[in-house]
Write a protein that binds this ligand. Structure first.
Ligand SMILES: C[S@@+](CC[C@H](N)C(=O)[O-])C[C@H]1O[C@@H](n2cnc3c(N)ncnc32)[C@H](O)[C@@H]1O
Length: 262
C-alpha cells in the first residue's frame, strides 16, 4: 500500500503546482500522482524522481508522469515567491524551515554572502524578511542564476540583491567585499570552500557551514572540519550551534554548523 503521509515517509515533494514523487516504477508513480492530485487540487503535473541530485549543478533527473508537461513553476515559501525550472535547477522545498532559522538570526543591516545561491531562496528571503543592507549571491548554473535575478524582481527586492554567475572560488575574491554573514548551502562540497569563506569574512562574522554526516559523527565531524579550516586560515572561531536540517539516508543527515569568527 502506498502511504501519502509526507512527513513520515517523505515520498513526494510539492514545488509550486508540481509534485515530484519517489516510486519504484512509473505505474506506482502514476497511482501516487492520482492520490496527490486528489488531495492537493492545485497540482497540475507529476514527475518521477530518477535517482538523487547529481553533478556539480545538483540537478535532479525527472521523468514526466501525468498532467501538464510544463517544467516551470512558481513556489511560495516564507512569504516569498520563487520561480524555477524543475529540470534545470536545484530547489528543495524541504529546506524552508532551515532557511527561516537562518534568516531569523539577521537583526541588523548586515552585508550577507550566499555562496551557491541557486534560484535565490536564501538571497530573496534574506532581502525580503530581514534588515540586511545587501545580499550577494554567487551561482554556477546559468539557468538558476537567471531565475534568481527574476525572483529578486518578482519579490521587489532587486535593489538589495547583487548576483554573480560563476564559480565561488573565482568570483568571491574578485568582489573585494567583506561580509558579516556567509551561507554555504552545498553540503557535499562546502568544506572545500571554507578557505574562501574565511578570506571574505569580517571579524565577528557568522558562517553557516552545511555538511552531510553519519548520525554517529554528529556533531564532531562537521565541527572538526570548521576547526581545521579556521586553523589553516589562522582565525579563531566559536561554535554557536550545530543543527540537523534534513535526512539524506537512514542514519545520515544534512547538518549546519553556525560559527562566529572571534
Ligand atoms: C544544494 S544547491 C543549493 C541551491 C540554493 N542555495 C538552495 O538552497 O536552493 C547547490 C548549488 O550550488 C551550485 N554550485 C555548485 N558548485 C558551485 C561553485 N563552485 N560555485 C558556485 N555555485 C556552485 C549548484 O549549481 C547548485 O545550484
Amino acid at each position: 500500500m502506498i502511504s501519502l503521509a509526507r512527513d513520515s515517509i517523505r515520498a513526494f515533494d510539492i514545488i509550486g503546482d508540481t509534485a515530484l514523487v519517489e516510486a519504484a516504477t512509473i505505474s506506482e508513480a502514476r497511482k501516487m500522482a492520482k492520490k496527490i492530485m486528489l488531495q492537493h487540487k492545485h497540482i497540475k503535473s507529476a514527475w518521477l524522481k530518477v535517482g538523487g541530485h547529481t553533478g556539480k549543478l545538483r540537478i535532479q533527473k525527472l521523468k514526466w508522469v501525468s498532467g501538464e508537461k510544463r517544467t516551470t513553476t512558481t513556489h511560495k515559501e516564507n512569504g516569498i515567491l520563487l520561480k524555477l525550472d524543475i529540470t534545470k535547477t536545484y530547489f528543495s522545498p524541504r529546506q524552508a524551515t532551515e532557511r527561516k532559522r537562518v534568516y531569523g538570526q539577521v537583526k541588523k543591516p548586515e552585508i550577507i554572502l550566499v555562496m551557491f545561491s541557486g534560484i535565490g531562496p536564501f538571497t530573496v528571503s534574506m532581502a525580503k524578511n530581514t534588515p540586511a543592507a545587501a545580499v550577494y549571491g554567487v551561482e554556477l548554473n546559468k539557468s538558476a542564476h537567471k531565475f534568481a535575478a527574476e525572483n529578486a524582481k518578482l519579490n521587489k527586492v532587486e535593489g538589495k540583491i547583487k548576483l554573480f554567475c560563476g564559480d565561488v572560488r573565482k568570483i568571491v575574491p574578485q568582489l573585494k567585499q567583506k561580509f558579516d554573514r556567509i551561507i554555504m548551502p552545498l553540503p557535499k562540497e562546502a568544506e572545500s570552500f571554507l578557505d574562501v569563506a574565511f578570506a571574505a569574512a569580517k571579524k565577528g562574522a557568522v558562517i553557516h557551514f552545511y555538511d552531510f554526516e553519519k548520525e554517529e559523527d554528529i556533531p564532531s565531524a562537521a565541527v572538526a572540519k570548521a576547526a581545521a579550516a579556521s586553523t589553516a586560515a589562522k582565525k579563531k572561531i566559536r561554535i554557536l550551534d550545530v543543527v540537523k536540517c534534513g535526512q539524506l539516508a537512514p542514519r545520515a543527515y544534512r547538518v549546519c554548523v553556525d560559527f562566529k569568527i572571534v
